[in-house]
Design a protein. Sequence first.
Length: 148
Amino acid sequence: MITTTMKRLLAAGLVAGAVITGGAVASAATGDHTQAPAAVRRPNRAANRLERRIVHGDLVVRTKDGFKDVTVDRGKLASVDGSTVTVDRADTGAAVTVTVTSTTRFRGVTGADQLVVGKPTIVVAAKDGSAVLIGQRRAGAAAPSGNS
């Protein structure tokens, strides 16, 4: 036999389920899903801040072909000469020269011919001196404060 208390609990459960289901349907019906939740947009704010502060580092990174040693250098672009790019490091001013290859990827620009001398630049290079990635902000993008 079902007691009054059990009937009340069952009714409360059905009402709660209906409210949750109705809320989900109403949320889906609004259709504005263009913006992801804040946790999805910026999952690693601390990591991003650290990344912007890195000036030099020797790293071991995992690739699809296994682990590779790379060097990261950040500074001002000193020159672009044919297939070589030179960056003056932000900490010591030491010149870092890398070779641009057909496999070099670019961020912010589409190729070495679009790099602007004097702008902040980041270079990721393999141990043999070939550039894996070269990044430079687009002409209209402002650099983060306190970084070079």
